[in-house]
Write a protein that binds this ligand. Structure first.
Ligand SMILES: NC(=O)c1ccc[n+]([C@@H]2O[C@H](COP(=O)([O-])OP(=O)(O)OC[C@H]3O[C@@H](n4cnc5c(N)ncnc54)[C@H](OP(=O)(O)O)[C@@H]3O)[C@@H](O)[C@H]2O)c1
Length: 246
């Protein structure tokens, strides 16, 4: 087992990539905090699945765009498990809307959740990690933050470019005790993409070298690699997991 008795917080792990990561971590021996915002039933079912696997988990409702709620989630994790070894900043939102129809409120919400939420969770979790002298933080960015020409998601793309830059700054700030890296997925088969028009999905799939979207499990495996001892000399890196894309 790669994560025996490690304590991991995974934001947004009621569904999608976060859920797959929670289940994979549990199979590797981690005890998991399943964070959710609105999908309570789904979060508790992830907790049940983890218990069936033979590990431990708790579900915590926390809006990661709210600093006071993050502080409470961190405290509840410490009260329950005594420490934090791993934080996966996975929760994210997107509004696919024509660029100049986007409101200031939508811009702020996207930045608050995707970028500032990542900053705040990292700030309060790393305080606890430093007490143990070690920790791993993975920020889920996106290939949209590296090279994107999609005006409908300009706010999302800016937030993810911010997450990539923040990853490098956190890696420097928290070295040598805490390693901070980012996984940048391309297209992944999750609820986030369930309303995309069929012809758009076909056009995008044609551009992917491997000719398919990733499964959330495939993204989870790359996250596991970066939090495992196999990545002991990697920090400040951005791992693109996009199946090749032109
Ligand atoms: N899917 C893709 O193609 C793709 C590609 C590149 C990067 N990503 C990134 O990968 C991450 C996960 O995406 P996904 O596709 O798995 O998304 P998803 O299926 O839509 O799930 C999003 C998760 O984030 C949670 N969440 C949203 N806002 C939150 C908030 N304010 N506080 C706490 N949790 C919140 C949701 O919780 P509730 O349901 O409980 O509200 C849910 O668990 C995101 O950061 C996304 O930007 C996805």
């Amino acid at each position: 087992m790669k994560l025996k008795n490690k304590i991991a917080i995974i934001t947004g792990s009621s569904r999608g990539i976060g859920k797959s990561t929670a289940l994979l971590f549990a199979k590797e021996g981690a005890k998991v905090v399943v964070n959710y915002l609105s999908s309570e039933k789904e979060a508790f079912s992830v907790v049940d699945e983890i218990k069936k696997i033979g590990s431990e988990a708790i579900a915590i409702k926390c809006d990661i765009s709210k600093e006071n709620e993050i502080k409470k989630m961190i405290q509840k994790t410490i009260d329950t498990f005594g420490k934090i070894d791993i934080l996966v900043n996975n929760a994210g939102i997107v509004f696919d809307i024509p660029l100049f129809e986007k409101t200031v409120e939508q811009w702020k919400q996207t930045l608050d959740v995707n970028l500032i939420g990542t900053f705040l969770c990292s700030k309060y979790a790393s305080e606890q990690m430093l007490k143990n002298g070690s920790g791993k933080i993975i920020n889920i960015s996106s290939t949209n933050g590296i090279n994107s020409l999609s005006p409908e998601s300009a706010d999302y793309d800016a937030s993810k470019a911010g997450v990539i830059n923040l990853t490098k700054n956190l890696a420097k700030e928290l070295a040598p005790n805490i390693q901070v890296n980012s996984v940048a997925p391309g297209w992944v088969d999750t609820d986030m993409n369930k309303d995309l028009p069929k012809d758009f999905v076909e056009e995008e799939t044609a551009k992917i070298f491997l000719k398919r979207f990733a499964t959330p499990e495939e993204i989870a495996k790359s996250i596991l690699f970066l939090v495992s001892d196999d990545a002991s000399y990697i920090t400040g890196s951005i791992l693109k997991v996009d199946g090749g894309y032109d």
